[in-house]
Design a protein around this ligand. Structure first.
Ligand SMILES: Cc1cc2nc3c(=O)[nH]c(=O)nc-3n(C[C@H](O)[C@H](O)[C@H](O)COP(=O)(O)O)c2cc1C
Length: 138
């Protein structure tokens, strides 16, 4: 797998033909993560299963982004956005995430997230926006 680190910062990258996948239960506890998720977040799979998805929450992310994620997937069943995630080693990586609600035949609800590489422009738009949203938090 071609995961790489920036030479000048703690930013990590994956390639545009790869997808970081995870699935949570209705409480946001991780029930599945693919190999690329583990590699990008620098966790072993057994460290992730059963943990809250905020295990990869980066402190630069504004609260409102996740409020909109939860509001949208619960009401519309769908959310998409740009997220900066935290690695176990303190590094970070940006993703373009699409989160979906899945209603199983037995009525059980789980949530899936499919993450691809965001464009440079998407990241450059989010850096000042998230900093502003973060600074206006109480
Ligand atoms: C399917 C799914 C995927 C998620 N993916 C991420 C993620 O990649 N990074 C992240 O910080 N939060 C993700 N979240 C949101 C977390 O559950 C959590 O709301 C967020 O990290 C904020 O944490 P907090 O509520 O403890 O402040 C995801 C939630 C769902 C349902």
């Amino acid at each position: 797998m071609s995961v790489t680190k920036s030479e000048s910062s703690d930013e990590w990258f994956f390639s545009s033909d790869q997808y970081i996948l995870s699935e949570t239960d209705d409480k946001g506890l991780i029930v599945y993560a693919n190999d690329l998720f583990c590699e990008m977040a620098a966790y072993k799979i057994e460290e992730l299963i059963g943990q809250p998805h905020n295990i990869v929450r980066h402190p630069d992310m504004p609260r409102i982004a996740f409020k909109s994620l939860w509001d949208d997937i619960k009401s519309k069943g769908f959310w998409t956005g740009i997220v900066k995630n935290l690695r176990k080693d303190g590094g970070y990586y940006w993703v373009h995430a699409t989160a979906l609600r899945k209603i199983h035949n037995d009525g059980q609800v789980t949530y899936l997230s499919v993450r691809r590489v965001p464009s440079k422009r998407e990241i450059e738009t989010c850096i000042p926006l998230y900093a502003e949203l973060k600074s206006s938090e109480q």
